[in-house]
Design a protein around this ligand. Structure first.
Ligand code: CP
Length: 309
């Protein structure tokens, strides 16, 4: 297979296992490219990409921008905070104005669930979802599972626990879809108030005891508590959360195996994990960031192949 089965990257739930294999094989090639002295290829010299960020981002925004530059695409960047959205302009008007500048691909992060799907139905450009509210963050799940494959040889048969605020996490949902599609076993672990009731319908088990979850897994993907998405209290205090669900060196050393530690960032050091865990040789957090560029190059490249010139 040399073509994606989808016209946009809106969520992992729309991808097939073959799509993921194609993305990973393409990313392998680009990972080799970005480790060369000359890290750039001319593949997308005739493509223009708009990066539209209606929500804050460090990693995803910079990673997409670098991936696009490595592919020699032309880029325009938009942050809602400094735009005419503040003057009341709608999403469609904003995007149509940007597209009239002859843009081929839109990368969009938006606080509303389904914003990428909505846009794909109303504008004539390829859409890449860079995170839509609490829904999906497909490129994060692809780089996460690519990093597991790189670290452990494969994703199939691996036991992965996702720890923390599952309820508000687009990373959790996309990771669950990507891990299950690639044959991993998945558990989630966190306070019951932060685990959605539908989660078991996705083929995922719930474990509320962190020590048991870590004893079971090969990989722990640890998530941030998303206070900014909470309008009520979901647990009594941050101190209690850390006591029950924070990962520290003591708990890692008590396990009878060396598990892999992941985090999509940004980390709240001392809350969901201590600094000695985040910076330990078991952590592949910075490998995830490095792999994000190769994965995003692969996705942009594969979608650009579908554009008729
Ligand atoms: N992992 C992630 O999405 O980080 P940013 O919010 O910094 O992009």
């Amino acid at each position: 297979m040399s073509q994606l089965s989808v016209e946009h990257l809106l969520g992992i739930k729309y991808l097939t296992q073959e799509d993921i294999t194609l993305i990973f094989n393409t990313a392998d090639h680009f990972k080799e490219v970005i480790n060369r002295p000359i890290k750039k290829v001319p593949s997308l010299r005739d493509i223009t990409i708009a990066n539209l960020f209606f929500e804050n981002s460090t990693r995803t925004k910079l990673s997409f921008e670098l991936a696009e530059k490595r592919l020699s695409a032309d880029i325009i960047n938009f942050s809602a905070g400094q735009s005419s959205v503040k003057k009341g302009e709608t999403l469609i008007d904003t995007v149509n104005n940007i597209l009239s500048m002859k843009v081929d691909i839109v990368v969009m992060r938006h606080p509303n669930v389904g914003a990428g799907v909505f846009l794909s139905q109303h504008v004539d450009a390829k859409i890449i979802n860079a995170g839509d509210g609490t829904h999906e963050h497909p490129t994060q799940a692809l780089l996460d599972t690519y990093s597991i494959r790189e670290e452990l040889g494969s994703v199939k048969g691996k036991k992965v626990v996702i720890v923390g605020d599952i309820l508000h996490s687009r990373v959790a949902l996309s990771n669950i879809f990507a891990l299950k599609l690639q044959g991993a076993e998945v558990k989630v672990c966190g306070p019951t108030t932060l685990i959605p009731k539908y989660i078991t319908s996705l083929g995922v088990e719930v474990e509320t005891n962190l020590q048991k979850a870590l004893n079971w897994c090969d990989v722990a993907n640890v998530l941030r508590v998303q206070h900014e998405r909470m309008d009520v209290k979901y647990f009594p205090s941050t101190r209690e959360y850390t006591q029950l669900f924070g990962i520290n060196k003591q708990i890692l050393d008590s396990l009878d195996k060396k598990i892999v530690i992941m985090h999509p960032g940004p980390i709240n050091r001392g809350v969901e994990m201590t600094s000695d865990v985040a910076d330990s040789d078991q952590s592949i957090i910075l490998n995830q960031v490095e792999n994000g560029v190769a994965i995003r190059m692969a996705i942009i490249y594969l979608l650009a192949q579908q554009i008729k010139r």
